[in-house]
Ligand binder design. Structure first.
Ligand code: ADE
Ligand code: ZN
Length: 346
C-alpha cells in the first residue's frame, strides 16, 4: 500500500534526491574516479597500463565480478601516501554530503595496499582523517569497516587483523569481499570469531554471485549482522523467510548488479521482490566510480525501472538508518528528519 498518496510518481526523482539517507555498502577504493587515478599516478610517479582517462574509462566494460576486480585492484595501485587515502575518501564524502547522505559506513581493503608495501597505518590514518573532517565540515557521520579479501588465505586475514589492532578505535567492524565463488564464508571462521571477541561489528558479502548457502553460512558460521548484496537469497524461500523474521539487513547495490551482470537489466532486478517479502533491504552504490553513479543515481535508476512508489522510498531510507551501526539516538534523529521531509513533500 502506498502510504504517501499525496506524492505523485513524477515527484519521485526530486524526493529520492532530497531524502536523508545512509550508505552502508561503499568500497572506498571503488570511489576512485579515473581523473583522480591519473592525478595520483602523476603525483606518485606510478605508471598505468592505460594512456588516458578516456582509455581507462573505456575499459570499464565488465562481464562478471572478477573482470571488475582485476581493473579495480589495478586502479588502487596509485594509492601510496596518507594524503592519497585522505583525498580519495574526502572526494567521496563531499559527494555523499551533496546527496543528503547523513551517515556512511565505508569499506576499505587494507590487503590491496599492504601487498604493495604500504603500511596499514598510512591507509587507516588517511581514511580516518577524512571521516573526522567530514563530521566537522560537512555534518556527515562516517565510520570505517575493514574488509578481508576472500581470495587470500585466512592466515593472511589474521595477520592483517593483527596489523590493524593498533588502530582498533578507528574502525567499527570487519567485512569480507573480493572473489566470492570458491571462497565460502566458512574459510574465515577463525578470524571472524576473533573479531567478534574484539567487539567488532561483522558483515560479509554473500549471495552476490555465490549461492544462498553462502548467505546461510555467513549468518551461522561467521555470525554476521548484515549481508552485503544477498540478492540470490530468493532462490531459497526458507532463507528469505528467515532473513525477514530475523530482520537481517541486505545492502543491495542495483547499478553494481547490472554492471556485473547479476541481473540482465534494471527492470529485472529483484529489489521490489525483496521489499515485498518484508526484508530489510537498503540501496547502496558499491563501487560508484566504476558502475555509473553514486547513491542517488542508484535510487533514481531503480525507481525508474521498477514499479516502486514513495512508500518504498521511505522504507528504503528508513531501513538504511535502522540497518546502520549508529547509536539509537542518532537513528531516531535521522528518522525524524526523514519523516519531516515526507511531510513537507508535495
Ligand atoms: N570489492 C569491491 N566491490 C566488490 C563487490 N561488488 N563484490 C565483492 N568484492 C568487491
Ligand atoms: Zn561490495
Amino acid at each position: 500500500m502506498n502510504t504517501f498518496p499525496h506524492i505523485p510518481r513524477e515527484r519521485l526523482p526530486a524526493l529520492l534526491a532530497a531524502m536523508p539517507k545512509a550508505e552502508l555498502h561503499i568500497h572506498i577504493e571503488g570511489s576512485l574516479e579515473p581523473e583522480l587515478i591519473f592525478a595520483l599516478a602523476e603525483r606518485n610517479r606510478v605508471s598505468l597500463a592505460y594512456p588516458s582517462v578516456e582509455a581507462l574509462r573505456a575499459a570499464y566494460a565488465f562481464t562478471d565480478l572478477q573482470s571488475f576486480l582485476d581493473i579495480y585492484y589495478a586502479g588502487a595501485s596509485v594509492l601510496l601516501t596518507e594524503d592519497d587515502f585522505h583525498d580519495m575518501a574526502w572526494a567521496y564524502l563531499r559527494k555523499a554530503a551533496a546527496e543528503n547522505v547523513l551517515h556512511t559506513e565505508i569499506f576499505f581493503d587494507p590487503q590491496t595496499h599492504t601487498a604493495r608495501g604500504v603500511d596499514i597505518g598510512i591507509v587507516i590514518r588517511g581514511l580516518k582523517r577524512a571521516t573526522v573532517r567530514a563530521r566537522a565540515e560537512l555534518g556527515v557521520s562516517a565510520e570505517l569497516i575493514l574488509c578481508f579479501l576472500r581470495h587470500l588465505s585466512e592466515d593472511e586475514a589474521l595477520q592483517t587483523l593483527e596489523q590493524a589492532l593498533p588502530y582498533r578505535e578507528h574502525f567499527i567492524g570487519v567485512g569480507l569481499d573480493s572473489s566470492e565463488r570458491g571462497h565460502p564464508p566458512e574459510k574465515f571462521a577463525r578470524v571472524f570469531a576473533r573479531c567478534r571477541e574484539l567487539g567488532l561489528h561483522l558483515v560479509a558479502h554473500a549471495g552476490e554471485e555465490g549461492p544462498p548457502e553462502y548467505i546461510r553460512n555467513a549468518l551461522d558460521v561467521l555470525k554476521v549482522e548484515r549481508i552485503d548484496h544477498g540478492v540470490r537469497c530468493v532462490e531459497d524461500p526458507a532463507l528469505v523467510r528467515r532473513l525477514a523474521q530475523e530482520r537481517v539487513p541486505l545492502t543491495v547495490c542495483p547499478l553494481s548488479n547490472i554492471k556485473l551482470r547479476v541481473f540482465g537489466e534494471m527492470h529485472q532486478h529483484n529489489l521490489g521482490e525483496l521489499l515485498a517479502a518484508g526484508l530489510v533491504a537498503t540501496v547502496n552504490s558499491d563501487d560508484p566510480a566504476y558502475f555509473g553513479g553514486y547513491l542517488n543515481q542508484n535510487y533514481l535508476e531503480t525507481f525508474a525501472a521498477l514499479p516502486l512508489d514513495a512508500s518504498h522510498a521511505y522504507t528504503l531510507a528508513r531501513n538504511s538508518f535502522e540497518a546502520s551501526f549508529a547509536s539509537a539516538e542518532d537513528k531516531a534523529r535521522w528518522i525524524e528528519r526523514l519523516d519531516q521531509l515526507f511531510d513537507e513533500f508535495r
